[in-house]
Design a protein around this ligand. Structure first.
Ligand code: UGA
Length: 445
């Protein structure tokens, strides 16, 4: 363990409760346990709690299993709320808030948790779940006695433990009535030595949604620059490099590709747009961000058609199912939309993912989930690289892959492969925003 995080006198540290043992809940629980706290976790799914008690981790997140294992003595799992309420006063709400059909967030799970805690003056609900702006005030109005602190999470799947331990900032929003609880929440993060943003509840809620919406906007922006670059002969990787060195812009989230996915960006962008709409404001920019993200997937199909003509009867391999590498999460993954669209165009689709394939079988009706990348590319007329798993770079493209494919066509949805080498090996290669000239003459480092 990093010495910075070793918490002396664990017994003196405040015990905490975590409600909801999904990805956010488990990362939060394991990380606070690592900082020395006793953590009392509650989930309503009996099998999940039983698995966690046996030391099994139901999700794929690098480092999480080790952290849970190392802190087993401090972590307690139960399906019941009363023992958690008895042992902890700060209760981190980590249940999910999935989108409804209209794009609003479904708050039913949050409401159930609040109702279970009731008006207890000894407790504070610490909201980690992403909720619409105004949720905290609504809860505080309904349960005047209960403390309420907004403490949104900014963890990225695949690097969540590091993100928790080394946050850019910790946001804590509370009303004056809950200031003492907010102080206690802030104290939990002391060992991380991160900037703490103390603010009101509505602003804390907005910081979370606005951050995700801004990052999604950055991605849609660079994707449009990529599309224009394809027409005008610029290379988006070079453009992003040059833009990113401007400190006001920054280099992150300027990676052009086939659009953002996952359980957060699509949901949170829609939720903010919907929230604005409900308040009478038309959030024009976010409408465009969503539309660009959808169009980006269509362009991928267009690139296949540009080379193959009709896709009827064509064999297409999708490499990668997870919405990004190092996770098994397939929620709102681009692969699912692409597979459905390709099948709709009459193609046969084979998919492979190092960890997420099995999870997605039910979500990929009509597609064949393969056990290896080589099996997926067998007799393919085109390969689409959907997720930038490192192992895809290690494939013997010029040899084994080329031999197996019927038509040597690669659409690299993440600009992840060495396009120039693939072209030299006889492939037709389409990246995102990388015109042929850029592939033929890579710029000096
Ligand atoms: C995102 C945010 O980055 C976290 O800060 C936030 O806490 C989290 O949502 C959440 O609300 O819980 P995450 O969904 O794990 O995290 O994934 P990201 O790494 O942000 O990637 C999202 C999508 O954008 C992926 O599909 C990724 O491939 C895509 N992306 C990302 C790009 O297309 N280009 C980029 O430059 C960066």
């Amino acid at each position: 363990m990093d010495a910075r995080f070793s918490a002396p006198g664990a017994s003196a540290l405040e015990p905490i409760g975590v409600v909801g043992c999904g990805w956010v809940g488990l990362v939060t629980a394991a990380s606070f346990a690592e900082l020395g706290h006793a953590v009392h976790c509650r989930d309503i799914v009996t099998e999940r709690v039983a698995a966690l008690e046996r030391g099994e981790v139901p999700i794929h997140e690098p480092g999480l299993s080790d952290l849970l294992e190392r802190n087993r003595d401090r972590l307690h799992f139960t399906t019941d709320m009363p023992p958690v309420l008895e042992r902890a006063q700060l209760l981190f709400c980590c249940v999910d808030t999935p989108p409804t059909y209209s794009g609003d967030a479904d708050l039913s799970r949050v409401e159930r948790v609040v109702d279970e805690i009731g008006d207890s003056q000894r407790h504070a609900l610490v909201m980690k779940s992403t909720v619409p702006v105004g949720t905290g005030h609504a809860i505080a109005r309904r349960h005047e006695g209960l403390g309420y602190v907004s403490n949104p999470e900014f963890l990225q799947e695949g690097s969540a433990i590091g993100d928790f331990m080394r946050p850019d900032r910790v946001v804590i929003g509370a009303r004056a009535e809950s200031a003492a609880f907010a102080d206690r929440v802030a104290a939990l993060y002391d060992p991380l030595e991160a900037p703490i943003v103390r603010t009101d509840v509505a602003s804390a809620e907005m910081i979370k949604l606005a951050s995700n919406a801004f990052l999604a906007t950055k991605i849609s922006f660079i994707n449009e620059i990529a599309n224009v670059s394809e027409e005008l002969g610029a290379d988006v990787a070079e453009v992003a490099r040059g833009m990113g060195l401007d400190e006001r812009i920054g280099p992150k989230f300027l990676q052009a590709g086939i659009g953002y996915g996952g359980s957060c960006f699509p949901k949170d962008v829609s939720a903010l747009k919907q929230l604005a709409g409900n308040s009478g404001y038309h959030f024009q920019l976010l409408t465009a961000v969503i539309e660009v993200n959808e169009l980006q997937k269509r362009r991928t199909v267009g690139k296949l058609k540009k080379h193959l003509g009709s896709l009827v009867g064509r064999e297409i391999a999708l490499l990668g199912v997870a919405f990004k590498p190092h996770t098994d999460d397939v929620r709102e993954a681009t692969s699912l939309v692409l597979a459905a669209r390709l099948i709709g165009e009459g193609a046969s689709v084979r998919v492979y993912d190092p960890v997420a394939g099995e999870h997605a079988t039910d979500l990929l009706p009509g597609a064949q989930v393969c056990a290896s990348a080589l099996e997926a590319v067998e007799e393919a007329d085109g390969v689409v690289l959907v997720t930038e798993w490192p192992e895809f770079r290690e494939l013997d493209w010029a040899g084994e892959v080329r031999e197996r494919m019927t038509t040597p066509l690669i659409v690299d949805g993440r600009n992840f492969l060495d396009g120039a080498a693939l072209v030299a090996a006889g492939f037709s290669y389409e990246g995102v925003g990388r015109p042929r000239a850029a592939l033929a003459a890579p710029s000096p480092a």
